[in-house]
Design a binder for this molecule. Structure first.
Ligand code: ADP
Ligand code: MG
Length: 563
């Protein structure tokens, strides 16, 4: 196939009905058509699928597309069949097919009808399939969601590790296209190395999503009511609400239902049938909201998700970016709202405490970044893009005003003396204390730990009593983020001074502290409007309804009620 013979624009129009390529699509497709190994890094919604679908449709032979999820493959196969009169133009090859179906797929491939063959990585390990594919004309091999190769990614799949080996067996010179929305350099490096395509032509799009609005709100006891209020203000719009635990997913979905919001739960603990039914209900707009764990998401191609709420802060900025990335894929409005309390970070830290030290270190570093994101007072967009190694001008960049910090700037106070006092206190108390004991020491309040070390007799004891405990807690978090202090991993949570902290003590400079203490774990619930107005949610009522459902189900011998 020579490039001069093909008018890509014409093909785009013919197959997809689009008159323009999106972003780097045309360059990517040109590279693939030339038979080059190609690496595509584009954010979610960037239009990666078309990058391999179009060349597959115009090339000789069959393109193999490796994709991690059956649902994802099915969506794409249906879409491709929709644009071609040939039913066999796209197939999925997986373990759910019976013998007749497998025979049909093979026949269509041999006859040159099938342009796209979707396979899960584990199917590719089947000897029978590999043998068969080895004898066929394969145009190229595309690996979608290629970050699954890397343990550093947010969705590691061990089966992805063997792909290189299998590809070799299918054919020697098959061009490889890897595609991912993962922006971290470490994962990108892993992908290229693992697939053995370090010379691949790389196309990297900006990760800026100018239509997304980023917001962080303090998480209080009223978080459920806050979420209900938000959803009601956005009535009729599609949204995803992420929670950390399955239990919370179930609870919140019920609470929303009781409050007249059409919502369903989604998590890996539900039966596969229920999961796919709930997913379909969301895609078909039978319901507005999915309350989900991270099990929901990869490859969900609903273009008009208008909000993504995080009931719990995720474990890294990368995860947060991916999860919020599901909003506004059509370029329209997308509100990304995270509820954050430092208490949740401590919970995540506890989860990690049993793991190997090296893993914990990575985990803590990632958490520190998300704390910094949540508590930052700079442009959130700038913060995220900086994390991915991209420059962003917070005054003039695209989407510059689209976050809470830029719209409602936070105030700052000079905390140079307080930082110095804090660092000194850490040193004088021999780096033995966790943040709570440090705050007590600064405030001149003793406890068993403090008196056992006779810290309460030290001249520094109580030197910071002119500020309240919330101030000191907030300052410790901000100084941790700055890197003057760090939490020791072996002795969970004990605060130590870093070389940068020592340097600061030698020569303290200005330290502008964000004057927002609301993320403190000790913060009392802020009375919410809904509570004042008589209470939007009545937990007792939820419980009553649940019990009632159970009783009815038992009496009528119905299966347990699933919303
Ligand atoms: P990704 O895999 O990068 O997350 P998709 O391939 O799912 O993104 O595409 C996202 C959306 O963009 C889809 O709805 C798709 O139809 C649309 N799209 C892709 N290419 C174009 C184009 N050239 N013009 C208009 N819309 C496009
Ligand atoms: Mg995709």
């Amino acid at each position: 196939m020579s490039l001069t013979e093909i008018d890509l624009h014409q093909q785009l129009k013919k197959y997809f009905g689009f008159s323009q390529f999106k972003g780097l699509q045309e360059q990517v497709i040109t590279s693939i058509v030339k038979g080059k190994d190609t690496f595509v890094v584009m954010p979610t919604g960037g239009g990666k699928s078309l990058c391999y679908q179009l060349p597959a449709l115009i090339a000789d032979g069959t393109a193999i597309v490796v994709s991690p999820l059956i649902a994802l493959m099915k969506n794409q196969v249906d879409a491709i069949r929709g644009i071609s009169s040939q039913h066999g133009v796209a197939h999925v090859l997986n373990s759910s097919l019976n013998k007749t179906e497998v025979r049909q797929v093979k026949e269509d491939i041999s006859n040159g009808i099938t342009k796209l063959l979707y396979v899960a990585p584990e199917s590719l390990t089947k000897e029978d399939y590999v043998e068969f594919l080895r004898g066929q004309t394969i145009s190229f091999l595309a690996i979608d969601e290629a970050h699954c190769i890397s343990e550093w990614g947010h969705d590691f799949r061990p089966e992805y590790r063997n792909l290189r080996h299998i590809i070799k067996r299918i054919g020697d010179n098959i061009p490889i296209i890897a595609l991912t929305a993962t922006a971290t350099p470490k994962v990108q490096e892993d992908i290229l190395k693992n697939l053995g395509i370090t010379d691949a032509k790389t196309f990297k799009a900006s990760f800026n999503r100018p239509n997304l609005y980023y917001e962080v709100r303090p998480k209080t006891k009223n978080v459920d009511a806050d979420i209900i209020r938000f959803v009601k203000q956005n009535e009729g719009k599609s949204g995803i609400i992420y929670c950390l635990s399955r239990k919370k997913v179930e609870e919140l979905a019920q609470t929303l239902q009781v409050n007249g919001i059409s919502a369903v739960p989604y998590h890996a603990g539900l039966e596969a049938k229920t999961r796919s039914r709930h997913q379909d209900m969301f895609l078909m707009e039978d319901i507005d909201v999915v309350v989900a764990t991270i099990a929901f998401g990869m490859g969900i191609d609903k273009p008009d998700v208008r909000f993504v709420i995080h009931h719990d802060i995720p474990k890294s900025i990368e995860s947060y970016y991916q999860e919020t990335g599901r909003a506004g894929r059509d370029g329209g409005e997308g509100h990304c709202l995270a509820f954050y309390s430092y208490k949740d970070i401590e919970k995540l830290e506890k989860f990690m405490s049993g793991k190997p030290v090296a893993e914990q270190e990575i985990g803590h570093a990632l958490l520190q970044e998300i704390v910094a994101y949540a508590e930052t007072s700079i442009s959130r967009r700038k913060f995220i893009l900086h994390y991915f190694g991209e420059e962003f001008d917070q005054e003039t960049g695209e989407g510059a005003a689209m976050d809470d910090n830029m719209r409602y700037p936070k105030s700052h106070v000079e905390a140079k003396d307080e930082v110095a006092l804090l660092l000194k206190t850490v040193k004088e108390t021999k780096e033995l204390y966790k943040s709570k004991d440090l705050v007590k020491t600064l405030q001149g309040k003793s406890n068993a730990m403090i008196s056992s070390h006779r810290t309460d007799e030290h001249p520094l004891f109580g030197k910071g009593s002119y500020k309240d405990s919330k101030f000191w807690m907030a300052l410790i978090r901000q100084v941790l983020v700055q890197g003057y202090l760090k939490k020791d991993i072996e002795t969970y949570g004990v605060i130590k001074i870093t070389p940068a902290g020592e340097e600061y003590l030698q020569q303290p400079t200005s330290f502008m502290m964000t004057e927002d203490h609301i993320f403190d774990s000790t913060t009392e619930a802020v009375p919410s409007a809904s509570k004042k107005a008589g209470g939007a949610i009545d937990q007792q009522l939820v419980k009553m309804l649940k019990d009632l459902r159970k009783k009815i189900a038992k009496k009528m011998e119905l299966p347990p009620f699933v919303i």
